[in-house]
Design a protein around this ligand. Structure first.
Ligand code: ADP
Length: 381
């Protein structure tokens, strides 16, 4: 709720949030009161049991001494030993309580440690950076703890240097395709190939160098604009950073910032508009120069002209044409790519040129009619 404070205020939900917090705090308070109550009841009992035991030993011992069954020295030694034995037993009791608390905490730590990590396979292959083809072969995938297949027999082959737009209704599984491509998750069935190699066999490092992913909510670090751009490749020289910035339209607004590229952004600095953040994220991804780039609605806040320029730049890389997969919610974005793939219910239902799909696929026609028409005269990238 704290990080969503603006949404809370915009929806006038402060009172609801405050009462939810007050309720949770109340539950916590009563849990502590119950805890204190239980202690207050049982702690004296536990402590006094030992004292009662000692009293009984003394009474019985005195009787035995009086009747000459036991010597005084033996009784004193016995009570002394009881005192020695008691302390460790009390410690054991405390240890038991502590272990109960620790086991609850340990469960939480174990939960974190058990979360799946992207470990390298035993004989991980290092992919040599090159032009990359991408292929999804009968990929089926469901998110952990969900029974629903998000991708269900998903097939897609993309040639090196090709730009493919992925369209479909919200929830069709477009973003999931990107998450699988960067191995945030692994498919339960089928396989994903990068340059003909199974994604599972690649080392994490070479995978991340080969595939870039830019989402729709660009993250800005609490650092200068320059450091935000150079984040993907800190060793890049300044000229390269400025070139990427210029290609993505960062330069335009950077000049107007109080300290230019050295302006501090993020939590302690200036906040950027949605479109500006997207430009920074795109420039950052281009600077990393991966052979495959997955743009998940990453140009949605850009105007048509900048969008086209950015995508054109994204296609051309130092090593030749980059392979681009562009999730597009705007029809104009989809039309910039030479090939459009439509995803529906986790599988590809149409694949080809926009004009052909309009005729051959009623689902695509339906989707296209509900999206903004492309600006006239806009060429493909
Ligand atoms: P799209 O990008 O086409 O809008 P997504 O790939 O984001 O679709 O989501 C596809 C489906 O997967 C949706 O039904 C969504 O609710 C579900 N989904 C997305 N992310 C998760 C997640 N982390 N855990 C469980 N289900 C998810």
């Amino acid at each position: 709720s704290v990080s969503g404070a603006q949404v809370v205020r915009a929806l006038a939900a402060e009172d609801r949030q405050i009462s939810a917090l007050a309720e949770a705090a109340g539950r916590l308070r009563w849990a502590y009161v119950r805890d204190a109550d239980t202690r207050a009841t049982w702690a004296p009992v536990v402590q006094n049991v030992a004292q009662v035991g000692l009293a009984m030993v003394l009474v019985v011992g005195a009787w035995l001494v009086a009747h000459h069954h036991l010597q005084v020295g033996a009784l004193i030694t016995f009570t002394f030993w009881i005192g020695m034995v008691q302390a460790p037993f009390q410690m054991l009791g405390m240890l038991f309580v502590m272990s109960q608390r620790a086991s609850v905490s340990a469960e939480r730590v174990a939960e974190l440690l058990d979360s799946p990590k992207d470990a390298d396979p035993p004989e991980a292959i290092e992919l040599v950076r090159s032009r990359c083809s991408v292929a999804f072969e009968a990929v089926s995938f469901a998110y952990p703890a969900s029974a629903k297949w998000v991708l269900d027999g998903f097939d897609l082959a993309v040639e090196p240097g090709e730009a493919v737009a992925i369209v479909g209704k919200s929830g069709a599984g477009k973003t999931t395709v990107g998450r699988l491509l960067v191995r945030f998750y692994q498919p339960q069935e089928g396989r994903i190939l990068l340059d003909g190699l199974d994604l599972r066999s690649l080392s994490g490092r070479s995978l991340r160098e080969s595939v870039g992913f830019v989402g729709d909510d660009a993250y800005i670090f609490s650092a200068s604009l320059f450091d935000n751009l150079a984040f993907a490749r800190p060793e890049a020289d300044r000229a390269e950073v400025f070139a990427a910035a210029a290609a993505c339209g960062v330069d335009e607004f950077a000049q107007r910032l109080p300290q230019g590229y050295e302006t501090l952004l993020g939590e302690q600095g200036l906040s950027l508009s949605g479109g500006q953040r997207q430009r920074v994220a795109l420039a950052r991804a281009l600077l990393a120069d991966p052979p495959v780039l997955f743009l998940d609605d990453a140009t949605s806040a850009l105007d048509a002209e900048t969008e086209r320029a950015v995508l054109l730049h994204a296609l051309g890389s130092l090593t030749g044409r980059r392979t681009l997969l562009i999730v597009a919610s705007k029809l104009s974005t989809a039309l910039l790519a030479s090939r459009v793939v439509m995803v529906h219910d986790g599988r590809v239902v149409a694949d080809g040129k926009h004009d052909k799909l309009l005729v051959s696929c009623p689902l695509y026609k339906d989707l296209a009619q509900h999206r903004v028409a492309p600006t006239a005269g806009q060429g493909q990238i």
